[in-house]
Design a protein around this ligand. Structure first.
Ligand SMILES: C[S@@+](CC[C@H](N)C(=O)[O-])C[C@H]1O[C@@H](n2cnc3c(N)ncnc32)[C@H](O)[C@@H]1O
Length: 208
């Protein structure tokens, strides 16, 4: 089965995330910027980077190398147009993060926001270990279930609704256990919320 992300236009994804009833783009960019400020990585990999929401908040004098990975090559083309000259080194890797063929040199910080819901967590965490420097940080953002809200919030961007069928919530405690199994010790966890009320768990892990 073709991955539905390959059929979603970036304009639809970004329009959805910024629409008033969803209002996730701003919060996710803020969380990303906060984590960059805490870890100050010299090298960074963003798994499932889409169009690079928040990339404008990467301090290019601190973070010299930025790797963006996504299944959708059109999204990466947009990142190249938007940020191609913004960093010392920008590497864009098209493919499935679970595949061993999707490879790049290790980085100080691996950032995974709203992608673990679409992959096999165990195999993805094994891949994370391969691309994380010793002592490096792994930051995850997962969506928390809410009884009164659908997994994919309704918006005028109806092409997003196909994701309801493939999205799987990842319980933060399961993620913590799977990370520890891969030598990634949890340092912190915090819950954040959008104005419409959708909640997200931000977990920070450190590689042994
Ligand atoms: C919900 S979006 C999250 C985008 C961004 N990280 C954010 O927080 O707004 C999920 C992204 O992951 C990408 N993606 C989904 N499955 C993937 C996979 N197996 N390998 C690489 N990228 C994937 C999608 O194309 C999409 O850009």
């Amino acid at each position: 089965m073709k991955n539905p992300w390959l059929d979603i236009a970036l304009a639809d994804y970004e329009g959805h995330m910024s629409s008033p009833g969803v209002a996730q783009a701003r919060l996710l960019a803020d969380i990303f910027a906060e984590q960059l400020d805490i870890h100050k990585p010299r090298s960074l990999a963003v798994l499932g980077c889409a169009g690079g929401n928040g990339f404008e908040r990467i301090a290019s004098d601190i973070t010299r190398r930025v790797v963006g990975v996504d299944l959708n090559g059109e999204y990466l083309n947009a990142v190249r147009v938007r940020f191609g000259t913004g960093f010392g080194q920008l590497e864009l890797v098209e493919g499935d993060i679970q595949a061993a063929t999707v490879a790049f040199a290790p980085v100080d910080l691996v950032y995974a926001s709203l992608i673990l819901e679409y992959v096999d967590v165990a195999s993805t965490l094994r891949r994370v270990r391969d691309v994380l420097n010793p002592g490096g940080a792994f930051v995850t953002v997962v969506q928390l279930p809410a009884v009164h809200l659908p997994a994919v919030t309704l918006s005028p961007y109806t092409s997003l609704q196909v994701l309801e069928a493939v999205m799987r919530f990842v319980a933060p405690e399961d993620l913590r256990a799977a990370a520890e199994h891969n030598g990634l010790r949890q340092l912190s966890a915090a819950t954040r919320q959008t104005p419409p009320g959708k909640r997200f768990e931000v977990q920070v892990f450190r590689a042994a």
